[in-house]
Design a protein around this ligand. Structure first.
Ligand code: NAD
Length: 252
């Protein structure tokens, strides 16, 4: 069995974050689930995790979330930056406030959480930072300027953390999934259907799986299993890497 660790996971009310919390709890880790949606409390409880409500677009809220984990569990070993949203609009009409919101939540919050978690990981000589990026950290799609920019930025943050953590026992890696079956994607299917004037099944087949070799959506548990590996002792030699779990999208 894996050594029990303390993990903080963001964006845990549904989707990938929920699957990661469940996976960590099953491994015997102590988990603080962080989300701004109060529904996350019940989701966390069901998995056996503690819950901290926070809007991570706020810097003080990011620091308070890490403090809460340290107070409850004494230290912090694993940070999974997962909370994210999408907004689909051409650049020409992309609202500035949506741009700032996405950059705050998906690039600045992972930076601030990493910064706040760092001293505990350094003191223990062991840390795992797993950033849930996206295939959109590798390639772009029209209509997703803020999301694509935040995710590309997250790769830079991951590489920098890997270099700084190398002699402190801290690793940092990014995961780059293509479309995972979660509420975020269900919303996008509706948005894309409007943008392209298609019905929802056509969007899945012709837009979402257009570049996929494996023609299906990814299950959140498949992503959680890779997070579990990257957060384990076995992955100590793996750092600064971007792990595509993308149905073969970027193979072409
Ligand atoms: P989801 O919508 O199911 O989960 C996102 C979570 O983030 C929700 O629990 C939501 O409440 C939380 N959240 C949103 N705004 C927040 C805020 N201001 N403060 C705190 N929490 C907030 O989505 P998901 O598909 O599971 O996405 C999780 C991550 O995976 C995101 O970063 C997303 O970009 C990434 N990702 C998803 C896919 C996919 O196809 N679903 C593909 C690649 C990457």
């Amino acid at each position: 069995a894996a050594k029990p660790r303390v993990a903080l996971v963001t964006g845990t009310s549904s989707g990938i974050g929920e699957a990661v919390v469940r996976h960590f709890c099953e491994q015997g880790h102590q988990v603080l689930a962080v989300d701004f949606n109060p529904a996350g409390e019940e989701v966390a409880e069901r998995a056996g995790a503690a819950f901290h409500q926070a809007d991570l677009t706020n810097g003080d809220a990011c620091r308070a979330a890490v403090q809460d984990a340290l107070q409850r569990f004494g230290h912090l070993d694993i940070l999974v930056n997962n909370a994210g949203i999408q907004h689909v609009s051409p650049i020409e009409t992309f609202p500035e406030e949506k741009w700032r919101h996405i950059i705050d939540l998906m690039l600045t919050a992972p930076f601030l959480l990493t910064q706040a978690a760092w001293p505990s990981m350094r003191e223990n000589g062991w840390g795992r930072i797993v950033n849930i990026a996206s295939v959109h950290a590798q390639v772009a799609s029209p209509g997703k300027a803020a999301y694509v920019s935040a995710k590309h930025g997250m790769i830079g943050l991951t590489k920098t953390a890997a270099l700084e953590g190398g002699d402190q026992g801290i690793t940092a890696n990014a995961l780059c999934p293509a479309y995972v079956k979660t509420p975020l994607v269900d919303n996008q299917i509706a948005d894309q259907a409007r943008m392209h004037g298609m019905d929802e099944q056509e969007v899945i087949e012709q837009v979402m799986l257009k570049n996929a070799a494996v023609k299906r959506l990814i299950d959140p548990d498949e992503v959680a299993a890779l997070v579990g590996y990257l957060a384990s002792d076995a992955a100590g030699a793996v750092t600064g890497a971007s792990w595509n779990i993308d149905l073969g999208w970027t193979a072409q």
